[in-house]
Design a protein. Structure first.
Length: 303
């Protein structure tokens, strides 16, 4: 027997402007299509059955990555490949380059978007953890203007975000602070696969070079049931600590204790907890090496 996977009947409109997209999105059962790498497969499996798709691929005004004052601004339509190529993103947040190197494969990265990744709200999405670690803000646009939502409050749960009818994600803003280093560490079963577990760290060090102190810590986890992709207890522990093997190992242990992985085809629960402890410590080590040394482009970076 021959099976076909095809989406059910759907109307399609190509948005000609953000305002046009927003007015189309005010209709019921209407979804944005960006890269389509998650939505189209879900439609084929009938896990999503929108009545209308609004294609935003023509909206060049949503495709940018730039530094604006002390914020890195990433348009929702920036592709994974754009973020990986962005020198300004890599300079201030090597965590995004680390993460993008291990998101899917080059074909998916060429078309999949930053906005689509966050809005898909897959519990294994890499950028959700990276943006949570960086304490980014989502800019949600509606016909009445923009509202700003911390990325840490953006996901309501698996495959669900705070974006409402008539709205779209327009931009992600990341605060840039001096003395900050960041890194992302992921274990997958094979190249291009989703995470078994992954951890991202953004560390700010103050004090002297001889006596550095952790003055802010962001820790993101993916694929392990961390609430809002955040290792909050480990972050709280790190504040005021001396960066080093001891505090990083302790933070990893705390992160492992407080996440909620489930056993699945990617591995048993205790293995995932082990990975969280180890990957958190590794990400912290590399983030610290990159912090405040101007070496964010190279220290600890892999090629
Ligand atoms: C083979 C494969 C492997 C992958 N591996 C990984 C991986 O290892 N790690 C990882 O993190 N990701 C992985 N992905 C997912 C990848 O990151 C996709 O880019 C991402 O799922 C969705 O981006 P998209 O632009 O294709 O979104 P789409 O599929 O177009 O949309 C996804 C959802 O977001 C909504 N949406 C999109 N843009 C907006 C917007 N601006 N405003 C409001 N809603 C919006 C859509 O309506 C839809 O609900 C993989 C995907 C594939 C196909």
């Amino acid at each position: 027997m021959h099976y076909m996977q095809v989406p059910s009947q759907v109307e399609y409109e190509r948005a000609t402007s953000v305002d046009h997209a927003l007015s189309l999105l005010s209709r019921p059962d209407t979804r944005v299509v960006a890269g389509g790498h998650s939505l189209i497969p879900m439609m084929k499996l009938r896990l999503a059955q929108p009545e209308m798709l609004v294609d935003i691929n023509g909206l060049a005004e949503l495709a940018y990555i730039r530094l604006d004052g002390n914020q890195l601004r990433i348009g929702a339509l920036a592709r994974h490949a754009d973020l990986l190529d962005s020198a300004v993103a890599g300079e201030h947040f090597p965590i995004f380059h680390d993460a993008e190197r291990v998101v899917a494969d080059p074909i998916v990265r060429l078309w999949g978007t930053v906005g689509g990744s966050l809005c898909q709200a897959d519990p294994s999405e890499d950028l959700s953890a990276a943006f949570a670690a960086a304490r980014a803000t989502a800019v949600i646009r509606g016909q009445d203007g923009d509202r700003l939502v911390p990325v840490r409050e953006f996901h309501r749960g698996p495959y669900e975000t705070v974006i409402g009818r008539g709205e779209l994600l327009a931009e992600v803003r990341v605060p840039v602070q001096p003395g900050t280093g960041s890194a992302y560490e992921k274990v997958a079963r094979r190249v291009g696969d989703w995470s078994v577990a992954a951890a991202g760290a953004v560390l700010r060090l103050t004090g002297s070079r001889q006596n550095p102190v952790i003055s802010s810590a962001g820790l993101g986890l993916t694929a392990v049931g961390a609430e809002h992709f955040v290792a909050a207890e480990a972050e709280a522990f790190l504040l005021g600590q001396t960066p080093g093997e001891e505090s990083f190992a302790r933070a990893g242990a705390i992160a492992a204790e407080h996440c909620h992985p489930v056993a699945d085809q990617r591995g048993p629960e205790d293995y995932k907890r082990h990975l969280v402890a180890e990957l958190t410590a590794r990400a912290l080590r590399r983030a610290a090496a990159r912090a405040g040394t101007g070496a964010s482009k190279s220290a600890g970076a892999r090629t």
